[in-house]
Design a protein around this ligand. Structure first.
Ligand code: SAM
Length: 444
């Protein structure tokens, strides 16, 4: 790997006699890893059915390395949302944020949703997760990843954080600021970033990072936690930003990271050793920086949301197939029927891509259940399931959007599953299932 001279000089001065180890690590292939979606399956259960050889990631209970020749992104379990493909060091920032059930959580720079999916698992359907990113096109992927995970307690937005801070002051128990950065830690995984670094170095990112940090602090409740993370080694984008935060906002205090793994290196500025630096020559992962901060004060709990509307008549018959009473948080916006999160966020003036779980769409006297709802269900919560074994060739046909044959007695609206994990809804008549998998969720 050919690294720019300016960069190698900086790294020599940062790493000193470890620099050669770093260079040697850069010539090793990067190791693939996945993170299990505990909304659908426990890591222990997944290990029993895993099609891949798994090696645990030491700092993430849900994380596993897979062999170099595996392609986890092509397996039907991926399409069913059983795991997310995530680089092992990238699991750390979300693992470090102490998210608890019923919290209000904000992922300020979320796309494509890697860390958001982790928060969704940890919230376990409670509280609220607001996943924002300035890039609306990248947020399509965030929505898709969250929906595939079966997460419905979400707001997915594409808004300027300054505007968010005006509408949501002191709203969140936990905030992740996974900041845009010069990307030095990703050079091995994606060498094309070296060219981008030559064009746009730290100087371009620091002002953006400071601005984002200010907005994040404004939106944090007293007593709340903020994780600041980057995938770069540049001190001015890392420890210097933490110094900026604690200097500008004295109520923000740097915290020790609990269960700190021995391979995490301390921050390099005096007084900022509680930050962690991850280097590819020290652990099996790419380069990252993470710091945990807490705002002084005592956190008040968020107000729970309740609304009572009558379920539209077209949707009633379908809703009877759900084997649980729907919480009183259903709303109808234009033709969309939505189940809002437990904690509601004022969002009328914001660019919202999705609020809550899309249950389905009202269409000329009928109700069409959504792809997102199918992922949020299971054989325990939906009456009409057709379960295909993992090796059944109909699984691939289903994921390609083809019509399926089935000779079971189930009729009408059915939920087609791989084992017990939904892939999509279908409409069954006689022995034929008309497949309703939405285009963006198909196997190409
Ligand atoms: N957290 C993501 C994940 O785990 O999948 C990765 C986020 S990436 C490191 C940084 C993101 O910041 C990019 O998606 C970029 O679009 C977004 N971004 C850049 N400037 C921003 C801004 N001013 N406000 C919000 N997001 C911004």
């Amino acid at each position: 790997m050919i690294l720019p001279e300016k960069y190698t000089e900086e790294m020599k001065s940062l790493l000193k006699n470890e620099y050669d180890d770093y260079l040697a690590a850069m010539d090793q292939p990067y190791v693939r890893s996945i993170r299990i979606n505990t909304l659908k399956i426990s890591p222990e259960e997944f290990m029993k059915i895993s099609p891949f050889d798994l090696t645990p990631v030491p700092w993430c209970r849900e994380g596993f390395y897979v062999n170099e020749d595996e392609r986890p992104g092509t397996h039907p379990y991926y399409y069913a949302g059983l795991y997310y493909i995530q680089e092992a060091s990238a699991m750390i920032p979300a693992a470090v944020l102490p998210v608890r059930e019923h919290d209000a959580v904000l992922d300020l720079c979320a796309a494509p949703g890697g860390k958001s999916t982790y928060f969704a698992s940890r919230l376990n359907g409670t509280g609220v997760l607001a996943a924002n990113d300035i890039s609306a096109s990248r947020q399509n992927a965030t929505l898709k990843n969250l929906e595939r995970f079966g997460a419905g307690n979400i707001y997915v937005l594409s808004e300027d954080p300054e505007k968010l801070a005006g509408v949501w002051p002191e709203k969140f128990d936990c905030i992740l600021l996974d900041a845009p950065c010069s990307g030095e830690g990703m050079f091995r995984k994606d060498p094309s970033l070296i060219k981008a670094w030559e064009k746009r170095g730290s100087e371009e990112y620091v002002p953006v990072q400071k601005k984002l940090a200010e907005q994040a602090v404004k939106m944090l409740k007293p007593g709340g936690y903020l994780v600041y993370s980057t995938c770069t080694f540049s001190i001015c984008e890392d420890e210097e930003i933490i110094r900026f935060i604690t200097g500008t906002f004295p109520e923000m205090k740097l915290q020790k990271i609990p269960d700190r793994h021995e391979s995490f290196m301390p921050g390099v500025l005096p007084g900022f050793e509680d930050c962690i630096r991850l280097y590819p020559h020290k652990l099996n992962g790419e380069g990252h920086f993470t710091a945990l901060l807490k705002k002084d004060g005592i956190s008040a709990s968020s107000e729970k949301y309740r609304t009572k509307i009558k379920i539209p008549a077209e949707a009633e018959e379908f809703m009877r197939l759900l084997k649980y009473p729907l919480p009183e948080r259903i709303t109808v916006r234009k033709d969309k029927v939505l189940l809002l999160p437990e904690i509601s966020l004022p969002s009328d003036s914001l660019r919202v891509i999705r609020s809550g779980l899309l249950l389905g769409t009202l269409k000329k006297g009928r109700f069409e259940p959504s792809q997102a709802l199918s992922f949020a269900l299971s054989p325990e919560t939906f009456g009409n399931c057709i379960s295909l074994a993992a090796g059944d060739p109909r699984v691939i046909r289903c994921l390609r959007g083809e019509t399926l044959q089935d000779d079971s007695d189930t009729e009408g609206n059915v939920l087609v599953c791989i084992d017990r994990w939904p892939l999509c809804f279908g409409k069954k008549q006689k022995n034929t299932i008309k497949n309703r998998i939405e285009k963006g969720y198909r196997m190409l």
